[in-house]
Design a protein around this ligand. Structure first.
Ligand code: BJW
Ligand code: ZN
Length: 255
């Protein structure tokens, strides 16, 4: 019997270039809540509400409390078998001079922690901050982000600051903000050049990331989706693998 799994494996084995698009679902088995699933609300606010320039303009302390909470929750989280399978797969392709690009919408840093190298971070990183005054960007792993966020009720005086005195914000991409040109270009190129696009753990409703799926399909890629359920990308998917990525990716990608 030719199963979906064996067809998907055959497509990957034949591919010279592979691109992968990941979303929050790949980190779910590491204990990181997804955006549109259960646990996606923080104090009854959704990311759609807080991951916006308007929320930042209205209440930067509340926005930093949200990101500080997520940073602290990530400290004891580790990559799962899905992240590790992608990193190992990249290592094997490199040895065979086949192309590989990992495009992620996630900001959690778990792909990096698993050892993935060729990563395009479409939505930035929760472990970087950018100055709202001078634009300087830097790594920041502090938890809490400043001592004032350790206790209840931080105020404006507790906000993290750049050397120039300006308040820094998480270096992530909020709704209504543009992705960095070089990231979007690298992702579009990788999707267009891929023989296989593997789409993992994303609801595929947030653009322009979701647009990479039809973009790859139109350019001739075989599209494989790994998700608990069919998604908004379903019309472009050739092989849908239903289930948790932590179990399916090792089976799909092992040598
Ligand atoms: C599992 C699993 C397991 C669970 N195993 N699977 C075109 C059309 C319509 C609108 C637009 C458009 N172009 C632009 C827009 C506006 C907007 C947008 O897309 N809106 C839509 C929601 C309608 N886009 C933007 O504003 C973007 N900017 C932009 O385009 O600039 C130019 C422009 C501006 C304005 C108008 C027009 C053009 C920026 C988008 C930035 C998104 N930012 C966030 C926050 C990042 C920082 C942070 O983390 O706080 O990114 S929002 C949030 O959603 C986050 C995620 O990366 C992103 C995607 O979510 P994801 O990863 O798909 O997670 P979920 O929760 O949705 O899905 C999880 C999936 O996993 C589910 O399918 C589960 O089944 C599955 N799953 N467990 C396998 N174990
Ligand atoms: Zn500054």
């Amino acid at each position: 019997m030719t199963t979906v799994m064996s067809k998907a494996r055959a497509a990957l084995q034949a591919a010279r270039r592979v691109a992968v698009l990941t979303g929050a679902g790949i980190s779910a088995e590491s204990g990181v809540p997804t955006f549109r699933g259960e646990g996606g609300l923080w104090r009854n606010h959704s990311a759609m509400e807080l991951a916006t320039p308007a929320a930042w303009a209205r209440d930067p302390v509340l926005v930093w409390e949200f990101y500080d909470h997520r940073r602290r929750a990530l400290v004891d989280k580790a990559p799962n078998a899905g992240h590790r399978a992608l990193a190992a797969f990249e290592g094997r392709l490199a040895g065979k001079r086949r192309g590989f690009t990992l495009i992620t919408q996630n900001v959690d840093g778990l792909h990096e922690a698993a050892g993935s190298r060729a990563i395009v971070r479409l939505h930035g990183s929760i472990w970087r901050v950018r100055c709202s005054r001078c634009g300087r960007e830097e790594r920041d792993h502090a938890t809490p982000v400043t001592p004032g966020f350790a206790g209840p009720g931080p105020g404006p005086a507790d906000l993290p600051r750049c050397a120039c005195g300006g308040v820094t914000r998480p270096a992530v991409v909020w709704f209504g903000e543009s992705l960095r040109d070089e990231d979007l270009e690298a992702a579009s190129r990788a999707a267009a050049e891929a023989d296989v696009l593997l789409v993992v753990g994303t609801s595929a409703v947030v653009y322009p990331a979701a647009g990479l799926v039809p973009h790859a399909k139109r350019a001739g890629a075989v599209v494989i989706e790994v998700n608990l359920e069919p998604t908004a990308a379903r019309a472009h998917v050739d092989h849908h693998l239903t289930g948790p990525s932590g179990a399916l990716l090792p089976e799909l990608l092992h040598a």
